[in-house]
Ligand binder design. Structure first.
Ligand SMILES: Cc1cc2nc3c(=O)[nH]c(=O)nc-3n(C[C@H](O)[C@H](O)[C@H](O)COP(=O)(O)OP(=O)(O)OC[C@H]3O[C@@H](n4cnc5c(N)ncnc54)[C@H](O)[C@@H]3O)c2cc1C
Length: 459
């Protein structure tokens, strides 16, 4: 790659991270090839390479902003296929321990689409970029390198149906976005480099999802009902209307530490009944199920520390879930992929080939906050193994109080939603103006009830 204008980039994996990477690489490379084992173009439903795509996928506020920046008008594209956009706080019913945090206008957008609908709209925009070519239905077999193995020079691929012999796609830059099953650690080892250190938080989580046609409307204008999983109420759900017809909804139930939502219809219903709010069970118990419940098991969050490797071949980068996967209940993965695409753009903008070490350092900085948020929150569950520093214990106790206080305090609710939306850093919750409100609310809730309180509670 000379003077910042490369000839060909090859992106391995055509899911969210791969699509966003291709968008950015197309600004600098004459040609970008996007390889995936699945058929991609024209696919509007679930595909085998993304089995998690059958389950609720919320795009948090920062991800929405970046996607709109990469693809101006994407929100309108989604609206045109029936997605109803709204406000990330005011229009979503966020509940913690069974209580809704105060809804108010956050000014942050959200587009509650199913994963296949969102991915398809993003893919259509990438397909429209003239120098991006999809190499669909091809398995990635491995990397090609220079004779001395200091440089990756391409990727070996083969038709998924085995109908043709393997071929090499030569590249000036190869970017691995093949997700959590990425084989880059293994390939690096085979090439004589080290594997990246891996950090794992075992959570033994599962999502079980079913679609319904409702006979009643529990949403009352809201875009989604989300009783979030917390250490006090570890069973959670994502429940929202989907495009395609009146009353259609997607319901994903989530359970951690082996408490998995069942796939048999009665067990699924019982799990919904056990949620801390009755609304979801009440609306599905007499609804028309449209499919059988399907489950996805997620054993552990995994962070691969590429930034700690001292030696790395030229011509290769890694992004998306291949670097870090988060407990999905915090809905961060797609947005962290989007943040990664901005890091990639910054490095390409410097001209010449991105320096892998500098790239991974910057990517790691973007991952720090969401990882801290997700891994730290998971350590709030007594059954999750891991070291609980004093800071983690303090933050978890404080955030639980903040969520309680946010039930009656729109300013705190917005502050929390901005952090969950990856707009502000978790440290922002510690700003004095928020701490004061949390302490005041805690004092009020632990104060003895006044006659006025007692009167209120009898109403
Ligand atoms: C149950 C669940 C729910 C989630 N919910 C949310 C959410 O609410 N919000 C959110 O932001 N994120 C969520 N995520 C995370 C999100 O799905 C990912 O972060 C996001 O898809 C980015 O992943 P990726 O593109 O890096 O990899 P993936 O989506 O895993 O895609 C990898 C791609 O590589 C291809 N591939 C893999 N190996 C090969 C090979 N050898 N040859 C050819 N092709 C290959 C696959 O076909 C696939 O297309 C959730 C994840 C799970 C598991």
């Amino acid at each position: 790659m000379a003077g910042g204008e490369g000839t060909r980039a090859v992106v391995l994996g055509g899911s969210m991270a791969g699509l966003l990477a291709a968008r950015v690489l197309s600004e600098r490379f004459t040609e970008v090839l996007l390889v995936d084992r699945d058929r991609l173009t024209g696919v509007t439903t679930y595909r085998p390479g993304v089995p998690h795509g059958r389950h609720a996928h919320g795009l948090v506020a920062r991800g929405h902003q970046i996607l709109e920046e990469h693809f101006p008008g994407l929100t309108q594209n989604l609206v045109s296929v029936g997605v109803r956009p709204g406000d990330f706080n005011g229009d979503i019913r966020w509940l913690f321990n069974g209580r809704r945090i105060a809804p108010s206008h956050s000014g942050l957008g959200c587009v509650p689409a199913t994963r296949p609908v969102l991915e398809n709209q993003v893919r259509l925009r990438v397909q429209a970029i003239p120098n991006v070519r999809f190499v669909e239905g091809h398995d990635v077999l491995g990397l090609e390198t220079s004779a001395n193995r200091t440089r990756v020079t391409g990727a070996r691929v083969q038709r998924h149906d085995g109908s043709a012999p393997p071929e090499t796609l030569h590249a000036d830059l190869v970017l691995d976005t093949t997700g959590r099953g990425s084989r880059t650690p293994l390939w690096l080892e085979e090439l004589g480099y080290g594997r990246p250190e891996e950090e794992r938080i075992k959570i033994d989580l599962a999502y079980t999802t079913r679609h319904y046609r409702l006979r009643t409307d529990p949403f009352g204008g809201d875009l989604a009902i989300i009783p979030a999983a917390t250490p006090k109420t570890p069973r959670g759900a994502f429940f929202f209307p989907i495009s395609g017809g009146e009353g259609l909804v997607e319901l994903s139930l989530t359970g951690i530490l082996g408490d998995h939502p069942p796939t048999d219809p009665d067990g699924f219903l019982d799990f919904a009944r056990s949620l801390p709010i009755p609304d979801i069970y009440q609306s599905i118990k007499d609804a028309e199920p449209l499919d059988d419940p399907v489950t996805f098991k997620y054993p552990a969050s995994v962070r691969r520390h590429y930034e700690r490797l001292t030696d790395f071949p030229g011509g290769l980068l890694v992004m998306g879930d291949a670097v870090c996967t988060f407990n999905p209940v915090y809905a961060q993965g797609m947005t962290v992929s989007a943040l990664g695409s901005l890091v990639l753009r910054r490095h390409l903008d410097q001209g010449g080939e991105p320096d892998a070490k500098a790239f991974f350092k910057d990517l790691s900085r973007e991952i720090d906050s969401p990882w801290e948020l997700a891994a730290g929150s998971d350590l709030g569950y007594p059954g999750v193994q891991g070291k609980r520093s004093a800071k983690v214990r303090f933050v978890n106790a404080y955030v639980a109080r903040l969520q309680d206080a946010a039930v009656n305090d729109p300013a705190l609710a917005n502050a929390f939603i901005r952090v969950a939306g990856l707009i502000d850093s978790p440290a922002s919750l510690m700003l004095p103006r928020h701490v004061v409100r949390v302490l005041r609310a805690s004092r009020r809730s632990s104060a003895p009830a006044t006659p006025a309180d007692l009167q209120e509670s009898r109403r």
